[in-house]
Write a protein that binds this ligand. Structure first.
Ligand code: 1YM
Length: 644
């Protein structure tokens, strides 16, 4: 391109454009939330969303995502190709407009379901603003078009024809390299991408999405996801290691005024529910009208069926929403041309007409299923009735627990509470065994640190309902100490500690108790885990002594690094001890290595992926033995020290 052309290309409107993209670079958080690893992956979804929109519009069947060797990412689709003609307003090609004008997306695309939970179509220009370079190739009209941007969205060269292709070939290829000046990290994580790619494939039946990591020399095929059964296959996937109580997955759908609604469900023998809802492929984690419609209809239809068949007698109280969702795996998906997302995190669907549609589609279809499958219907209703009985038993147990535990010295003899009553500065250590409990009690800062020693075994709640859990004394102590209540009366705002710290030995038994506690917290106190209150203490694994120095290290790598840092003559005389249990340390040591706020390291327990967390607890603690055996065999090679 000649100098003259370049001059022409950059006129006053370009300056405005660049100011727009500069605003994104100045405040990336406003557009993609964060600039950490999460924000980095967000860039991929902004580009993929455009391809998914094209598929929702009915023009794209295949999407390919590739992590390239240099940590750039390529997304390819076989849709219509972004329009290449000169845009009447901007006087530059539409592709360039979409990639350089903030807020362009929504204005140009007409109709269809837009993935609009995030950036309302401004995604492409935001990705451009936050990238070192972006290259877009469009296949359309028998030609191959290409445009390149550099350094945060500056057009390197405008759209040009770089070759020819078959007349009927169409599609868009985009490659971008995130700007490492903006992001804390520029390394993409394959597993993170894979989880969402699989979900997108479940949510868009018939769409093939391939993910490949070209940094991995050995794996050249990657993963391909294509589900003809859509959300039914999602339910099957979530239930894969559970025991369904009826064979067929129920799949219902309906459409009204361009709003498409579908739901798939199957009950299993477990006590937990896995209910996830989506609008235009975005997880509505706070529910909304689509979920409300289904929940209302589910409760109503089961009650009415149970009464009609006399399974529920006249004197029996009706089943509640909680009763009918026990052991339920359900995916709700709504595609809406104009969704209203509400709430602080925009995680709730607000459109009221969807409640009616969801209720209608669900109640008609589900009632039909119950009538046509009396055997299955009986099993489902029976399960809800058992859940109802357990809920009432738990209520009684809770009342007794509340009264007795608060008055008996048994509980307060056990808990050494902290003096502070301010939850913001208080923490509780849940400690395995009385001897470690004793050291912890002596070594703590009694102002802010409470100690709860566990004596007996914690019940595995993966295999029990709330009423049974409440008969376990250790669990009762934990509930009383937390102050939040449990089940129907759970209230996060009453939590008495900011940090709940699991402190167990660094051996097999310690790990077992840790998993039992995590199962309890995840199943019965999920909001506490989600709000980031749960931690695991990290007691040291080795003590290294030389001369008068005592050094504690967390693990093998840290031990090796420390030893390497010592002069040879000191290193050869150091007599390294592997720490067996917390009980081995005296109060001072325990304080110094594991409890002291200034010196300790805690591991925060977070849940990024509810489906994966559910599957893991199921696998480790559930009824089915085979998945657990497979897991242990697959992971045995990671076990370095087995001290049984
Ligand atoms: C790998 C990323 O961006 N695909 C894509 C984007 C568009 C279209 C097709 C498209 C949309 C429309 C008409 C329309 C976009 N077009 C625009 C805009 N894949 C990827 N595939 N023709 C083609 O919405 O009407 C924005 S995105 F605004 F130019 F129409």
């Amino acid at each position: 391109m000649s100098e003259e052309n370049k001059q022409e290309h950059y006129d006053a409107s370009d300056i405005q454009v660049l100011e727009g993209l500069e605003a994104v670079r100045k405040r990336p958080g406003m557009y993609i939330g964060t600039t950490d690893v999460k924000g980095l992956h967000h860039l991929v979804w902004e580009i993929v969303d455009n391809a998914i929109d094209e598929s929702l519009a009915g023009y794209c069947n295949n999407i390919e995502i590739i992590i390239n060797k240099d940590n750039s990412v390529t997304v390819k689709d076989d849709g219509r190709g972004i329009p290449v003609d000169v845009h009447p307003k901007t006087k530059i090609s539409t592709v360039e407009t979409v990639y350089t004008v903030l807020h362009a997306g929504g204005k140009f695309g007409g109709g269809g379901y837009k993935v609009s939970g995030g950036l309302h179509g401004v995604g492409a220009s935001v990705v451009n603003a936050l990238s070192k370079w972006v290259e877009v190739t469009v296949y359309k009209n028998g030609k191959i078009y290409n445009i390149r941007f550099e350094n945060g969205g500056h057009t390197k060269h405008p759209l040009e024809i770089v070759g020819e292709c078959e007349e009927n070939r169409t599609g868009t290829w985009v490659t971008f390299k995130p700007d490492s000046d903006i992001f804390d990290t520029d390394i993409f994580d394959y597993e993170t991408l894979k989880v969402r790619v699989r979900e997108l494939a479940f949510l868009n039946k018939g769409l093939r999405i391939t993910l490949r990591d070209d940094r991995d020399e050995e794996d050249t095929t990657g993963d391909t996801f294509l589900y003809e059964g859509g959300i039914s296959e999602y339910v099957k996937f979530i239930n894969q290691n559970k025991t369904p109580i009826h064979e067929d997955i129920i799949h219902l759908e309906g459409i009204e005024d361009n709003v498409f609604f579908e739901v798939a469900l199957q009950y299993n023998t477990g006590y937990n529910d896995n209910i996830y809802s989506f609008v235009n492929n975005i997880n509505t984690h706070d529910g909304g009208t689509h979920e409300e419609g289904v929940r209302r209809a589910l409760t109503r239809v089961i009650n009415s069926y149970a009464r009609k068949t006399n399974m529920l007698k006249e004197k029996d109280e009706s089943l509640t929403g909680d009763d009918v969702k026990e052991g339920l795996t359900m995916i709700i998906s709504c595609k809406h041309p104009n969704p209203q997302f509400e709430g602080q995190t925009k995680g709730r669907l607000g459109n009221s007409e969807v409640r009616k549609l969801a209720d209608k589609v669900f109640s008609e279809g589900f009632e039909k299923f119950l009538l046509e499958n009396p055997e299955e219907a009986k099993i489902i209703v029976n399960k809800a009735m058992l859940a109802s009985r357990a809920r009432n038993a738990a209520k009684k147990a809770r009342e007794i627990t509340r009264k007795s535990d608060l008055t008996t010295t048994n509980f307060f003899g056990k808990l050494s509470d902290c003096k502070s009553k301010d939850p913001k500065v208080s923490e509780i250590f849940i400690v395995e065994g009385d001897s470690a409990g004793g050291s912890a009690k002596k070594g703590r800062d009694s102002m802010t640190q409470a100690i709860l020693p566990l004596r007996g075994k914690i019940l595995n709640v993966e295999k029990s309902r709330l009423d049974k859990a409440l008969s376990n004394e250790e669990i009762r102590s934990i509930i009383t100490a937390f102050g939040t209540g449990i089940g129907d009366d759970f209230d996060l705002s009453k939590l008495r500690y900011d940090k709940i710290i699991i402190m167990t030995d660094a051996d097999v038994d310690g790990a077992h108790i840790r998993v039992l506690l995590l199962t309890l917290f995840y199943r019965f106190f999920k909001p506490i885990v989600e709000a980031g209150h749960v931690y695991a203490a990290q007691p040291p694994l080795f003590r290294i002594m030389h001369g008068k120095t005592r050094k504690y290290v967390l693990d093998e790598p840290e031990k090796d690094a420390y030893l390497a840092s010592l002069p040879e003559n000191v290193r050869s005389r150091a007599e390294i001890a592997r720490m067996k249990g917390l009980g081995e340390m005296d109060a001072e040591e325990l304080n110094e290595t594991t409890m002291d706020i200034e010196k300790r390291t805690l591991r925060k327990i977070t849940v990024d992926d509810c489906v994966a967390a559910d599957a893991m607890f199921n696998k480790l603690m559930g009824e089915e033995v085979e998945p657990r055996r497979e897991f242990i065999e697959a992971n045995a090679r990671y076990v370095k020290n087995l001290d049984i």
